[in-house]
Design a protein around this ligand. Structure first.
Ligand code: 13P
Length: 248
């Protein structure tokens, strides 16, 4: 049985003082349950958050990393540096990185390999844009993204993977995929994982849905058979909203 994961992606929001306020407010009302919780924060907040959430069971993660251990890559952060902070997760291949920072499937593949090499649990994001959904290509796009991202990644490593299905047209737009649309695509993803790695490994991989998840739609989405959790953007910035989703 896969433990659900609710992960908040703060994107480029919150100064250190705002992150500290969030931590205090969240922890006041949070009790650990059989739902895993993670906060994926800007680099500048990671060390503070690891400390603040230390004994709570809440996991901390980054939103991106370079694939090299070190080198002349001005402005980048390496997996070694992240591992040194004791973080657990890193988002890889978020659509905003693909769109604004020209991240290709090949780069995503290198980053995934680097994450596994360093024992950082990657949350791999895949998802189609609106025109691709409207022209019936959503499954083909997600299938291609997934196959390219997982090239040369072995079953032993893939067992530690989390996949997030985030239809790009549902991110930050208030448009949510219907539970059926989200559930269907997560089932497509599960089948690809079975084809690549076999039932036993595929069974261990969590598949999350992301895209305008809010307290009032979380339960319905999370009740879908193949959805093992949520990757929450905007609604994870507010401790009350995020707690409501965590307690879906
Ligand atoms: P929103 O929840 O703000 O739509 O963002 C989703 C997302 O991109 C999470 O990674």
């Amino acid at each position: 049985m896969r433990m659900p994961l609710i992960a908040g992606n703060w994107k480029m929001f919150k100064t250190r003082s705002a992150a500290a306020e969030f931590a205090a407010a969240f922890l006041q009302n949070y009790t650990a349950s059989d739902v895993e919780v993670a906060i994926l924060a800007p680099f500048t907040n990671l060390a503070d958050l690891v400390q603040a959430f230390k004994s709570s069971g809440v996991k901390i993660g980054a939103q991106n990393m370079h694939f090299a251990d070190e080198g002349a890559y001005t402005g980048e952060i390496s997996p070694l540096m992240l591992k040194d902070l004791n973080i657990d997760y890193c988002i890889i291949g978020h659509s905003e990185r693909r769109q604004h920072f020209a991240e290709t499937d090949e780069v995503v593949n290198q980053k995934l390999k680097a994450a596994f090499r360093h024992g950082i649990n990657p949350i791999l994001c895949v998802g189609e844009v609106r025109s691709e959904r409207e022209t019936g290509q959503a499954s083909a796009v997600v299938t291609s993204q997934l196959n390219k991202a997982l090239t040369d990644i072995k079953a032993r490593e893939a067992a530690g993977l989390t996949v997030a299905y985030e239809p790009v047209w549902a991110i930050g737009t208030g448009l949510t995929a219907t539970p059926e649309q989200a559930g269907e695509m997560c089932a497509v993803i599960r089948q690809i994982l079975i084809d690549l790695y076999g039932e036993e490994t595929a069974d261990q991989i969590r598949i999350l849905y992301g895209g305008s998840v809010k307290p009032d739609n979380a339960t319905e989405l999370l009740n879908q058979y193949e959805i093992d959790g949520a990757l929450v953007g905007g609604a994870s910035l507010d401790p009350v909203n995020f707690l409501n989703i965590v307690q879906f």
